[in-house]
Design a protein around this ligand. Structure first.
Ligand SMILES: [Zn+2]
Length: 330
């Protein structure tokens, strides 16, 4: 009897263990099922951006970047290519990246990038001083537009609607409007630091009134190396420091077309510019768009064609452009 009771007790215990085990397994399984279900409702898989064409591109000379296209596929939403944002990230003067990014509706982000290498043979900054003029500036702007080139204009005061419209046009067409000065009269402007700053600020304000742009890019009348200001010894040394303190950046030139004085015709302007270009570097070309300067108008298109054919890039001067400056002689 005793041993039978024992067997019954042991059997009951085993049964209890087995039942408890089954319950535990059942409960665990249910929890697991819940977890799997919870995962399925939340999308944690980011979309995939695939770039068409090469991931690294080399642009030579004045070649422009062309987008080869891309796709963006999300596991839930399918194609979301129209939501891709493209941003340009400048790495150095010779390299930039295009960053492609997109988010799906659950906030999962995908990015891709394309690297663009710039193989510049040299850069040409075309600069035109002493405008605007009704006879020269529109023709120069037309040529620049035809060739899709941006340039820099160091302007003087303009006194009527027609010339004001030219300044507005320069801005609208992507050129830089720099300040040469309200007046170009050496005797007046180089009389004192005060006189020079007034001459500079006066035109800065006027340009701002006309275009909404506060230009801080300047060129000294006669250049920073001029000796025509000798009647006021040391003025250029003082001014070159003063204007930078006041937030301006000044640019001289290293290629002189000589179109204001020496060059007799368009051919000579062309020769002066093309022979003066330094193939591997930055070339700031001095030209003028004052009234009646036909030599430059007639030479400009050929200068641009020469530059493009020989792998130069044409750029506009900005506050980020490393300044080309002369030695100061006064
Ligand atoms: Zn000038």
């Amino acid at each position: 009897m005793k041993s039978r009771k024992k067997i019954i007790i042991i059997s009951s215990m085993i049964a209890a263990f087995v039942i408890t085990g089954i319950i535990v397994i059942m409960v665990t399984n249910r929890t697991k099922t819940k977890e799997v279900f919870a995962e399925k409702t939340e999308d944690v898989i980011p979309p995939v951006i695939t770039l068409k064409g090469k991931k690294e591109i080399i642009l030579k000379g004045s070649e422009e970047y062309k987008e080869d296209g891309y796709s963006a596929i999300d596991n839930v939403e399918g194609s979301i290519v129209d939501r891709v944002c493209r941003t340009k990230q400048i790495v150095s003067e010779k390299e930039y990246k295009i960053i492609y990014s997109v988010k799906d509706k659950s906030g999962n982000m995908a990015t891709a990038e394309r690297i663009i290498h710039l193989e510049k043979e040299g850069t040409i900054y075309l600069t035109f001083d002493d405008g605007p003029s009704e006879s020269s500036t529109p023709k120069i702007l037309d040529i620049l537009k035809k060739h899709n080139i941006k340039a820099t204009f160091f302007i003087l005061n303009y006194s009527d609607q027609a010339t004001e419209n030219l300044v507005k046009r320069e801005v609208a067409e992507g050129h830089t409007v720099g300040i040469h000065g309200y007046s170009h009269d050496y005797k007046k402007i180089y009389k004192s630091e005060k006189a020079y700053m007034e001459n500079l600020n006066k035109l800065q304000n006027k340009i701002y009134q006309s275009t909404g742009i506060k230009s801080t890019i300047t060129r000294f009348p006669g250049g920073s190396s001029n000796t025509i200001s000798d009647f006021n010894p040391g003025i250029m040394t003082k001014l070159s420091k003063k204007i930078q303190k006041e937030g301006y950046t000044y640019f001289d030139w290293n290629v002189d077309s000589d179109d204001a004085v020496g060059a007799k015709n368009a051919k000579e302007v062309y020769n002066n510019v093309t022979r003066g270009l330094y193939k591997k570097g930055r070339n700031v070309v001095l030209m003028h768009d004052f009234a009646g300067n036909k030599k430059t108008i007639n030479a400009l298109e050929k200068i641009i064609e020469y530059g493009k054919k020989n792998g130069y890039r044409f750029e506009t001067i900005t506050t980020d452009t490393p300044a080309i400056r002369h030695d100061i002689n006064n």
